[in-house]
Write a protein that binds this ligand. Structure first.
Ligand SMILES: [Zn+2]
Ligand SMILES: [Zn+2]
Length: 278
């Protein structure tokens, strides 16, 4: 495959033709007994990473936003919502993730995002889907898959949007169409308040960041919105709110990994936010 072809090929094609030489998460060489196979994404993890791979216990997650662990405050949080999603826009039905944002799944996301490795999206999807299969099939049934966009400038400098790569891989696996990148767009970066401010300041900084340019493509539709990582859920929730304003009927959110929120998130920012917001 030529360099140009490699850079422009869809993730699914690359995953079929390119078995990485080392562990997907930590790059350690695979042992002589480890036989990488297209049919088994776990076979592309080294022994240590395979042993560390633990899915989120869905029964311990917030039934609405998927935050783990589920933390509610009697009298302060509505039934079925946690302290993290109670103040998000009422724009999505449910959100779920497969793995916590820690090794090895977190390592794969970081490699996907920062090491110019878009082909990892396919492996991340294959690795994660079995752990949320029932929920994903419900959320994707009759849905169009959308993804959280980046600003044009950031996408040009990275070369791709990792959320789009995940959406394309998921769409291929579930047989669902993926909304083009010109429909839901990001018109601005979050300001510094979105990264460093209080919970209220972060959410205010996200208002107006996402717009839908072609509302006819989402009006009346069920949407499965995809991103790489969820932390407080604010970014995905505001992207969902833009889809809802444009007339989308029902919106679900899926991210392969989810950051665990620290105890300090009750009132302000979290360490996880600082680690994963970009
Ligand atoms: Zn490894
Ligand atoms: Zn929640």
């Amino acid at each position: 495959m030529s360099a140009l072809r490699w850079l422009t090929a869809p993730a699914s094609l690359l995953a079929e033709t390119f078995l990485p030489p080392g562990c997907l998460a930590c790059h350690a060489p695979l042992g002589p007994r480890e036989k990488p196979s297209n049919d088994s994404p776990e076979s592309l993890l080294c022994r240590d990473c395979r042993m560390l791979l633990r899915p989120l216990g869905q029964e311990r997650c917030c039934p609405h936003c998927g935050a783990h662990p589920f933390r509610s405050v009697p009298g302060r949080t509505p039934p079925g919502k946690c302290v993290d999603c109670a103040s998000l826009p009422e724009a999505f039905v449910e959100a779920r993730s497969a793995f916590p944002y820690q090794s090895p799944a977190g390592g794969i996301v970081r490699n996907l995002k920062y090491r110019r490795s878009p082909f990892l999206a396919e492996w991340l999807v294959r690795l994660s889907v079995p752990h949320v299969r029932d929920w994903l099939y419900k959320a994707a049934d009759g849905a169009v898959i959308a993804f959280v966009p980046m600003t044009g400038g950031r996408q040009v400098s990275r070369g791709y949007n990792q959320a789009e790569e995940i959406a394309l891989a998921l769409g291929g696996l579930l047989g669902r169409p993926v909304l083009g990148g010109t429909t839901l767009v990001r018109v601005a970066h979050r300001g510094p308040q979105a990264r460093h401010g209080t919970r209220r300041e972060r959410r205010a900084a996200l208002k107006g960041v996402f717009v839908v340019r072609q509302p006819e493509k989402v009006r009346g539709k069920k949407i499965l919105l995809v991103d790489d990582v969820m932390t407080t859920g604010a970014t995905a929730a505001f992207a969902a709110a833009a889809l809802q304003t444009a007339g989308a009927e029902e919106i679900y959110i899926y991210t392969p990994v989810r950051a665990r929120l620290g105890a300090g998130s009750l009132g302000g920012r979290t360490g996880a936010d600082n680690a994963v917001l970009s």
